[in-house]
Design a protein around this ligand. Structure first.
Ligand SMILES: [Fe+2]
Ligand SMILES: [Fe+2]
Length: 218
């Protein structure tokens, strides 16, 4: 494959991601979206969130010293701080609901661990961004919106955390991944690896959701 121009490359990545989303939706791999929520399920969902937020920060942080441009480096640092802030907010909410904030952090589902081990193993910043921030993190607003709708009536405080903090911060950093890929994923080999990483990352994410659904008593 010859190197693609940035727009075409980003389009390819997005198409691949959306294919995966369509597949996940068809197979109902979306946090048990069709099932009614209980307080217990809400806590479990927040525990899953703690791992997702904290791990996103951890796997990203190690690349910060390697970013050539200060504007991206600075924004990526803010991204890391934001994801850690989200993990902290979710932990607090779990404590208020009398749950164990670190239940999944200390004892992650196998598939959830595989997802983040994979991200931690990636050999370049571009692959990581393609797989996490331009990959399955793009699903976050969609799954959150459906969660907010369902949680509103039984737990308005949790709904507000997702709507007023997590989603707002998410929107503020959406520009970062495409911009980083536009600047740094320029050669054919890097682009090929990015496409591969996004595919694999989305697959592992889908499996982690499936495992969440299987192990959550709905
Ligand atoms: Fe977050
Ligand atoms: Fe995020």
């Amino acid at each position: 494959m010859e190197a693609l121009r940035s727009d075409a490359f980003l389009k390819r990545l997005a198409e691949q991601r959306e294919e995966m989303w369509a597949k996940m939706t068809a197979e109902k791999k979306s946090y048990g979206a069709e099932k009614p929520l209980t307080q217990e399920v809400v806590v479990r969902r927040l525990q899953f969130g703690v791992v997702m937020e904290r791990k996103a920060a951890e796997v990203t942080a190690r690349w910060i010293p390697h970013i050539p441009d200060l504007d991206i480096q600075r924004s990526l640092s803010e991204y890391v701080a934001n994801e850690l802030k989200h993990a902290a907010i979710l932990r607090e909410r779990i404590a208020e609901l009398k749950g164990d904030a670190d239940a999944l952090w200390k004892n992650p589902l196998r598939e959830l661990k595989e997802l983040w081990d994979y991200h931690a193993s990636l050999g370049s910043f571009c692959e990581l961004v393609a797989s996490v921030q331009y990959g399955h993190e793009e699903f976050f607003p969609r799954t959150s919106r459906s969660f907010i709708q369902r949680v509103e009536s039984i737990d308005p405080m949790t709904a507000s955390i997702y709507r007023d903090t997590l989603l707002v911060d998410e929107e503020a950093h959406e520009w970062l991944a495409p911009e980083a890929l536009r600047r740094y994923a320029l050669d054919a080999e890097t682009q090929r690896r990015c496409l591969e990483a996004l595919q694999k990352g989305c697959e592992l994410f889908a499996r982690a959701i499936q495992s969440f659904n299987r192990t959550t008593i709905h």
